[in-house]
Design a protein around this ligand. Structure first.
Ligand code: FES
Ligand code: FES
Length: 154
């Protein structure tokens, strides 16, 4: 089936079989490898994207379900050469180690701050609870979200 969607504001088309995930289509057919494939079971959040503005695990969404919809991936957050404030904060606080979890965490954190510009620690914990990181121990990730919020989100 041929699907048409908008990825990061750009019209895109791909031929997909009925059981193909949005994650696979993004990475292998549409040229957006930023979303990572770690578990393919909705457990780790490394594949997080926004589908019509709602945070989803793209490994759990069929590509055909995205037909006619808007998808935002981590590649769509920066403004040209200018990193997104959450990306800046991740770099500044050292919240990136192997980096495998980072795209999903950045998308989830950006989504949180869009809705809640000054989150409490509990709100950060809740918002990022679907994103697993094996490296950082999470404290630097929390620091990054706090920094992005403090540095005048929006
Ligand atoms: S790859 Fe989608 S949740 Fe892990
Ligand atoms: S930085 Fe390695 S899994 Fe998070």
């Amino acid at each position: 089936m041929r699907i048409s969607l908008r990825v990061n504001g750009v019209e895109a088309e791909a031929d997909c079989w009925e059981g193909e995930s949005l994650l696979y289509a993004l990475r292998e057919k549409l040229g957006y490898p930023g979303s990572k494939n770690a578990c393919e079971q909705g457990e780790c959040g490394s594949c997080s994207v926004l589908l019509d503005g709602t945070l989803v695990c793209s490994c759990l969404v069929l590509a055909v379900q995205a037909d006619g919809h808007d998808v935002t991936t981590v590649e769509g957050l920066a403004d040209g050469e200018q990193l997104h404030p959450v990306q800046e904060a991740f770099v500044e606080t050292g919240a990136v180690q192997c980096g495998f979890c980072t795209p999903g965490l950045v998308v989830a954190a950006a989504d949180l701050l869009e809705r809640t510009p000054d989150p409490t620690d509990d709100e950060i914990r809740e918002a990022l609870s679907g994103n697993l990181c094996r490296c950082t121990g999470y404290e630097k990730i929390f620091d990054a979200v706090r920094l992005a919020a403090r540095d005048g989100w929006g």
